[in-house]
Design a protein around this ligand. Structure first.
Ligand SMILES: *[C@@H]1O[C@H](CO)[C@@H](O)[C@H](O)[C@H]1NC(C)=O
Ligand SMILES: *[C@@H]1O[C@H](CO)[C@@H](O)[C@H](O)[C@H]1NC(C)=O
Ligand SMILES: *[C@@H]1O[C@H](CO)[C@@H](O)[C@H](O)[C@H]1NC(C)=O
Ligand SMILES: *[C@@H]1O[C@H](CO)[C@@H](O)[C@H](O)[C@H]1NC(C)=O
Ligand SMILES: *[C@@H]1O[C@H](CO)[C@@H](O)[C@H](O)[C@H]1NC(C)=O
Ligand SMILES: *[C@@H]1O[C@H](CO)[C@@H](O)[C@H](O)[C@H]1NC(C)=O
Ligand SMILES: *[C@@H]1O[C@H](CO)[C@@H](O)[C@H](O)[C@H]1NC(C)=O
Ligand SMILES: *[C@@H]1O[C@H](CO)[C@@H](O)[C@H](O)[C@H]1NC(C)=O
Ligand SMILES: *[C@@H]1O[C@H](CO)[C@@H](O)[C@H](O)[C@H]1NC(C)=O
Length: 587
């Protein structure tokens, strides 16, 4: 029973560590002038260079001469800190009516110019993929059909180039509006699904200070009073047929600033008179933190919208702080999306937001930690309760048969160990107390005992007690546990007082395992595999087991991480957006 439960526990981590390809992407925009070597690329799986443009007469890629030197070195530089990072080149299409883009998409020869030059440039500069940024659906259905044809052609060309060059194909991605459709027309969904590695949903700039005279949550996850929200957009995309696992959620590292019409009316949706602080009212998170003094109690969080805002006089700033970012990343995991992408890395404040994005509670790795802290000791407690119930029932059976000799001895023991307050009915404590004075076998169902097994049983009991120690930091990890169970000669710590007991710890611990060891030594000396288990001289065991102690097959944790990195390296990136007609988004 004990073995069954404990070994069941060992499988729990593998259940939660699904093979994850989790995209953590970000834009570097050349207009930010943020030094590329200063990007902490370890926080990302993908980085996208913004932007290339489309030449209005040739429809080839247009590279600003001042950007070209950065394009040549970008990938090499960000790979210095993170050799497995994937880079993409984003192509900006966003003049206000996308006229150049649709002209290009309409004519086969223009499409070819665009497609061939995009592939050629991406290879020239060493990017691993391309992104088409920010084109919105148009009500002209012919235009949308042409868009679908362009994407088919692009994919065909990328695959052909890959075969011809024997290099892995460039990633093809799209940065899209948060809604899949506009009035009756929508993106060419079938084409998107066929041709893009993923679609990046630009889930921000829903409300802009230059466009609306009401304060707004510009990247609201939910909105109780309208459909202008990320949640609504994602659901629309899914209902239109784009699978969640092809979507990457956009996160904004900038805020929108309004001038309040009345400083006392300062909630989300309050009247305003236009932008503040900057001409378009867009400011970076870094700027909010360092100049606006939006910190401490001035920062408010609205969990209905999932956003932060702060008020400084008549200045109202809506933005996402760490808690909103975390919630959104959790949301992305919960909905089964592929990952997230931030606009833009230069706007972070000392990587605070990017680090928060890695801490969401839905992360399977964080779940594993929770397991260690909560589930493990709980399950071990259940085990001990079951064992003690068996023990109790067995005692009763014996009492009924009148085996008084045995009874007296264990009753007196029971009395002494139960004498201290707080122990009553606490099987953990009973087990602990018995084990401590070397009488752990008293706790077991005697039918389990024989001279060979007893030491193994005591080892299990010691492991169980280690798992229910009060301080989570004292408890063994899953790997250590696996090692202890598989390798019978591995050293083990001495358990401290179990959690959930009313009595405090200080009085005990230490010593007292001696009698335990002696029992084992005398009964198991001659047994191969068990000899020396508990009888080792160096009982001052190390706090934790070193990696060398682990059995070969328990190293899967680091192994799977490596695989994940490899997987995510083969998938990549997409796009940012600013919602306005120029990419020069946030300060
Ligand atoms: C577009 O391409 C043409 C032909 O190569 C070139 O003359 C023109 O300068 C390009 N446009 C821009 C904005 O660079
Ligand atoms: C909109 O598209 C037309 C061509 O279809 C173009 O002439 C016009 O300049 C575009 N407007 C803007 C603001 O880009
Ligand atoms: C729709 O777009 C196509 C191709 O750009 C164009 O030829 C056609 O005139 C447009 N239709 C309308 C109603 O604007
Ligand atoms: C294949 O690659 C070679 C150079 O490596 C090039 O000359 C040729 O045009 C390519 N063929 C196609 C179909 O792209
Ligand atoms: C789309 O529909 C809205 C109303 O639902 C209308 O106001 C708007 O003019 C339409 N846009 C176009 C381009 O037809
Ligand atoms: C939101 O969209 C749904 C349909 O998707 C519609 O029934 C509902 O009325 C919309 N709500 C608002 C506030 O526009
Ligand atoms: C969020 O803001 C809205 C609008 O001001 C308000 O109605 C709602 O109660 C707020 N939600 C929370 C949780 O504070
Ligand atoms: C907002 O209000 C100001 C002053 O009240 C006005 O000048 C401006 O045009 C308004 N902006 C919008 C987008 O309505
Ligand atoms: C408001 O912002 C200014 C900077 O624009 C700052 O000096 C001041 O301390 C802020 N006041 C409050 C109450 O946050």
């Amino acid at each position: 029973m004990l073995f069954t439960i404990v070994s069941l526990l060992l499988f729990l981590p593998s259940l939660t560590s699904s093979s994850e390809t989790w995209i953590k992407a970000g834009y570097w925009y050349s207009g930010s002038q943020f030094p590329v070597p200063d990007i902490d690329s370890t926080l990302f799986t993908h980085l996208t260079f913004g932007f290339a443009y489309i030449n209005t007469s040739t429809y080839e890629l247009l590279i600003a001469p001042s950007d070209e030197p950065y394009m040549f070195t970008f990938t090499d530089i960000v790979r210095q800190k993170n050799p497995s990072i994937t880079t993409l080149l984003s192509i900006w299409t966003g003049d206000s009516n996308f006229s150049t883009f649709f002209s290009m998409a309409t004519k086969p020869s223009h499409r070819t110019s665009f497609i061939e030059s995009s592939i050629q440039r991406a290879r020239l500069y060493g990017f691993h993929g391309l992104e088409l940024c920010c084109v919105k659906p148009d009500t002209n259905t012919t235009k949308m059909e042409n868009m679908g044809i362009l994407f088919d052609d692009w994919r065909t060309a990328v695959d052909r180039e890959s075969k011809n060059s024997t290099r892995s194909p460039l990633l093809l991605t799209l940065a899209s509006h948060y809604l899949p459709s506009k009035n009756s027309t929508s993106y060419p969904m079938e084409s998107l699904r066929r041709n893009f590695d993923w679609v990046h949903i630009l889930a921000y700039n829903y409300h802009l200070p230059t466009m609306e005279n009401f304060t707004g949550a510009h990247s609201a996850l939910y909105d109780p009073s309208s459909n202008v929200s990320t949640d609504y957009g994602i659901k629309e995309w899914i209902s239109r047929g784009l699978p969640a696992e092809k979507m990457v959620l956009g996160l904004s590292y900038h805020g929108c600033v309004w001038t309040l019409a009345d400083p006392t009316a300062n909630e989300i949706g309050s009247p305003a008179t236009g932008p503040a602080v900057t001409p378009d009212g867009l400011i970076s998170y870094k700027f909010i933190k360092s100049y606006m003094l939006c910190d401490g109690e001035k920062v408010l969080h609205n969990s209905t919208y999932v956003t932060n805002y702060c008020i400084n006089g008549s200045v109202w700033i809506g933005y996402d702080d760490t808690e909103a970012i975390r919630t959104k990343v959790s949301y992305a995991r919960e909905k089964g999306l592929l990952g997230y992408k931030v606009w833009q890395v230069a706007n972070d404040d000392n990587w605070v937001l990017s680090k928060a994005a890695q801490e969401d509670e839905k992360d399977p790795r964080n779940k594993r930690q929770l397991l260690l802290v909560i589930l493990l000791p709980t399950a071990a407690t259940v085990t001990l309760v079951l064992v003690s119930a068996m023990w109790y029932l067995h005692k009763r059976a014996r009492r009924n048969k009148g085996w008084m000799d045995n009874e007296k001895e264990s009753q007196s023991l029971f009395r002494t160990t139960m004498a201290s307050p707080g122990n009553a009915n606490d099987p953990n404590l009973q087990a602990y107390d018995l084990w401590k004075c070397g009488k752990g076998m008293e706790f077991m169902d005697p039918s389990l005992d024989d001279t060979y097994l007893s030491c193994k049983l005591m080892r299990c009991m010691q492991i169980a007690l280690l798992c229910v120690q009060e301080n989570p930091a004292d408890r063994p990890s899953m790997l250590e546990l696996s090692s202890m169970l598989k390798n019978e000669t591995a050293a083990m710590n001495t358990p401290k007082r179990p959690a959930f007991s009313t009595r405090r710890d200080e009085d005990e611990v230490q010593e007292s395992t001696i009698s335990q060891q002696e029992i084992c030594r005398s009964s198991t000396e001659d047994r191969e595999g068990l000899a020396g288990v508990v009888a080792r001289e160096d009982r001052k065991a190390p706090e934790y087991f070193s990696l060398e102690d682990l059995p070969e097959n328990s190293g899967d944790e680091s192994g799977s991480n490596r695989t994940d990195e490899a997987v995510s390296r083969t998938k990549s990136e997409e796009v940012p957006e600013t919602g306005s007609s120029s990419p020069a988004v946030a300060v």
